[in-house]
Each structure stands twice: as structure tokens, then as C-alpha cells.
Design a protein around this ligand. Structure first.
Ligand SMILES: Cc1ncc(COP(=O)(O)O)c(C=O)c1O
Length: 440
């Protein structure tokens, strides 16, 4: 497509966007509420921070209100009566989430939060032995993931230095090359117990070749797990079988994610987990257990002796938090309505447009890889300046114009046009705020 730098052109792209109606389903913050000044304060913000906290869907108040009403009206009977009986409240989430992560419904469950799920699944899938004890992560892993793997090593009597391998980008490079992960596994795979990477790096926006890494991990006899915090709802995933048509995931053993970013589940929302069905009925697998993982047919007999259900639910521990699940359901229904393919097509449209607008920008370096398969909707922009000062000053300037992005140490601005509610005009406003196109 031939792009132009004018606002009219961006608005023309919005007029042709078949998903433009979805924006009205969300509450867009007003400029002044997020720090915009002057006339920008009166307009809707260009909210480009869905990579951190997704927006609230308009239907959320009613959805949460309905559960509050049922609680008020039925008390404990709300578990079995009311609009959505709570005893099975989590069930519809499987069907809604399965296509988003490319899994079978029996492989997906909503529960806990990301780091908790990571620990729960590592309790089963990181079982170091004398022959195999290493966990492979990226050096740039999200701190919570680093703490989790270090403490798992410690839990098993190993030091992080002995057990945790942190793969680094090459000198002078920004992102870890997939080929370097594969090379490590080829050389040291016999010692690797677990490969645990993020599908999308939180700081750079890099999307890993999850199919290739999963295959290589399995090829050397390791377990492969993914942290999909920045991937779920952002890039197409195919956790069950990977490969084939478009999607990432490659038949991984397990994956975990949070729901407050692209899935718009709300602050601290309930996370999710995937365990491949080949593990569901394994009797040799150790696990930490709770009553929600027990066979539901026997759950209320209140007997001793854990009888795990033959699905990912065997890792579920507690009855789910209804009030915190309600917003997620509203958002997942919107994903379904929008259609994953249409969302991906719009996401690509917006990233290509933003890429074009950023070409040749002075003082701003895009550190997100350019390849169509190596990025989702997040752009990470390095802005030079003492102690991150350049990036922080730019961020403030953007904020004054009602453009909401975020900062990651030491000098990176993250901006994520999400296809569900962002517009091409939002993308244009980012470029205008960076001084790349004429202002309005
Ligand atoms: C990549 C990644 N991993 C882990 C976490 C921690 O998630 P939680 O606080 O839900 O455990 C985050 C949070 O943003 C994240 O981005």
C-alpha cells in the first residue's frame, strides 16, 4: 500500500477498517484523565498501552453487577442458581480461550495469576535429575520469571548459577536470535530439563520462533514451557500442534499467561494455563493438588484421596474468583465477535503503517525486529538520553498530547496499537507526538 503522512490518510484507513465498530465497545480514557493538556485534554486519549493493561469493555459493569446481584439475591445458592451458576462459571472460558491460544478446550483453564501458574506447572514439569537439571531462559526475561526459575532451582537444592542458563543476545545486538537458542540446545541439550522462554519479549516486542524452539527442546528430550504474557491476544498461537497454518506454539508441554494485557481482563485479572493433553492422564507426574483439580464427579463427596481429572483442570486448585473472571468473559466474547483472523489482519495493517511512519526517524530507534513473524503489535522505541532521560521526556511529551505509552528501563518507550480498540488515527497521533508527521 502507498502510505501518506497526513491525518486525512489515517482517517481514511479507519473508514475502511471493518473492525472500527469494536472501539465503541470499550471505555477510552479522556485525555485530561491521563495527563493531556489544553485541547488534547478534551479528546479521547490515543491509548497505546494494551501491552500493559488492556481497556475496560463497556459490558463489564453489567457483567460484574449481575454476579453481585446474584450474590445479593441467592447467597450461597448462587453456586447453583442465577444467570451463570458459579460452580461451572469457569467452563465457558475454555471454548472462548482455546482458539486464542490454538489449543483444545480440555487443554486450557483460567486460574490464579501468571507467576503462580508458572510455579505450579514447574512443580510438575521441572524435575531435575543428575543427568538433566538445567533451565534455559533468556537473559532479558521478565524479572518475575527469573525469580521463579531461580527459586525453583533453589527449591531442588541447586544454585541458580548451576541450574539456570540465561541466553544473551550477541554483542551489539538487541534480541536473542532463535538460531542461538537452537545452537545451545544442540550442544548442551542432554543436560537441559526445561526450556522456559517468553513467546514475546516484554521489553523488545520480539516474537520467538516458538515452533522451532519447541521442536528443538523436544528433540533433545527437554520439556518446553512458554510464558505468553505478551503473546496471548497479540499474535496467533497454536499451542496444541503448532506449525502448519499460521501460528506459534508447536505442541509445547505447557504455557501460562496473564489476562490483564491484550485480553482486557482488568487489573490483576485471573491468568490462564495450557497443558498439552499428552500429559493429562500421566500417573508418573508429580503435582501440587487442590480440590478443584479433583474429578468433579466426586468433588462434593468430600473424600480423601486426590483423583485428578483427566484434563488441564487437574492443576486447578481452588474454586475460581467469580467477580474477577466476569470482565474477562466480556472481553473474550468481543474477541470472538471480532474474529481472530480479522484482528490479526488489522494488527498487521497497523504495524506496517507505524513501521512506515517511523522510517528514518531521528533520535528514535525501533528495537523490535522487523520481520512479519518476529513482531506482534508492540513497538519498542529506544530514545537516547542520560539515564533514560530522553525516553522519559518523550513519554511526558506524548502524554501532554494524550498519547499513552509506557517506559521500560533503561531507555525504551513501548507503544502497542491493538486491533480491538485502537485506530489508525491513534497510530498517526503517536507519530505526530514523536515529531514524525505534521501536528494538528
Ligand atoms: C512476561 C511477564 N511474565 C510475568 C509477569 C508477571 O505476571 P503476574 O504478576 O500476573 O504474575 C508479567 C507481568 O507483566 C510479564 O509481563
Amino acid at each position: 500500500m502507498r502510505y501518506e503522512r497526513t491525518l486525512e490518510f489515517a482517517r481514511g484507513l479507519d473508514a475502511g477498517d471493518e473492525l472500527r465498530g469494536m472501539r465503541a465497545e470499550f471505555c477510552l480514557p479522556r485525555g485530561r484523565d491521563v495527563g493531556a493538556e489544553g485541547e488534547w485534554g478534551e479528546r479521547e486519549a490515543a491509548y497505546l498501552t494494551g501491552n500493559s493493561l488492556g481497556l475496560m469493555a463497556r459490558g463489564v459493569r453489567e457483567a460484574v453487577g449481575r454476579e453481585l446481584e446474584d450474590w445479593a439475591k441467592f447467597g450461597v445458592e448462587g453456586h447453583f442458581h442465577g444467570a451463570n451458576p458459579w460452580v461451572s462459571y469457569h467452563e465457558p472460558f475454555r471454548e472462548l480461550l482455546a482458539p486464542v491460544v490454538g489449543a483444545r478446550a480440555s487443554e486450557v483453564v483460567v486460574m490464579n495469576t501468571l507467576t503462580v501458574n508458572l510455579h505450579l506447572l514447574m512443580a510438575s514439569f521441572y524435575r531435575p535429575t543428575r543427568a538433566r537439571w538445567k533451565i534455559v531462559v533468556e537473559d532479558g526475561a521478565f524479572p518475575s520469571d527469573s525469580y521463579a526459575v531461580d527459586s525453583q532451582a533453589d527449591w531442588h537444592g541447586l544454585t541458580p548459577a548451576e541450574a539456570v542458563v540465561r541466553l544473551k543476545p550477541r554483542a551489539g545486538e538487541e534480541v536473542l536470535r532463535t538460531q542461538d537458542v537452537l545452537a545451545y540446545l544442540r550442544e548442551h541439550g542432554a543436560e537441559v530439563a526445561l526450556v522456559m522462554l517468553a513467546g514475546v519479549n516484554y521489553r523488545t516486542g520480539q516474537v520467538f520462533d516458538m515452533d522451532a524452539i519447541t521442536a528443538a527442546g523436544h528433540g533433545c528430550g527437554a520439556v518446553v514451557g512458554w510464558d505468553l504474557a505478551h503473546a496471548v491476544g497479540n499474535v496467533p498461537l497454536r499451542l496444541h500442534d503448532g506449525g502448519g497454518s499460521e501460528g506459534y506454539g508447536g505442541g509445547a508441554d505447557f504455557a501460562v499467561w496473564c489476562s490483564y494485557k491484550y485480553l482486557n481482563g482488568g487489573p490483576g485479572a485471573v491468568g490462564g494455563a495450557f497443558v498439552h493433553e499428552r500429559h493429562h492422564r500421566r500417573v508418573d507426574l508429580k503435582q501440587l493438588a487442590g480440590w478443584w483439580g479433583n474429578d468433579p464427579a466426586e468433588r462434593f463427596r468430600m473424600e480423601d484421596g486426590f483423583r485428578p481429572v483427566g484434563s488441564v483442570d487437574r492443576w486447578a486448585m481452588s474454586n475460581p474468583p467469580i467477580l474477577s473472571l466476569a470482565p474477562l468473559r466480556v472481553s473474550l466474547e468481543l474477541f470472538k465477535r471480532a474474529g481472530l483472523e480479522r484482528l490479526r489482519a488489522k494488527s498487521r495493517g497497523m504495524t506496517e503503517y507505524l513501521s512506515w511512519l517511523l522510517e528514518g526517524a531521528r533520535g528514535v530507534e525501533v528495537i523490535t525486529p522487523k520481520g512479519e513473524w518476529e513482531r506482534g503489535c508492540q513497538f519498542s522505541l529506544r530514545v537516547r538520553g542520560e539515564g533514560g532521560g530522553g525516553a522519559k521526556a518523550k513519554l511526558e511529551e506524548l502524554k501532554r498530547r494524550g498519547v499513552v505509552c509506557d517506559f521500560r528501563s533503561p531507555d525504551v518507550i513501548r507503544a502497542a496499537p491493538v486491533p480491538l480498540y485502537n485506530s489508525y488515527e491513534d497510530v498517526w497521533r503517536l507519530a505526530a507526538g514523536l515529531g514524525l508527521v505534521g501536528g494538528v
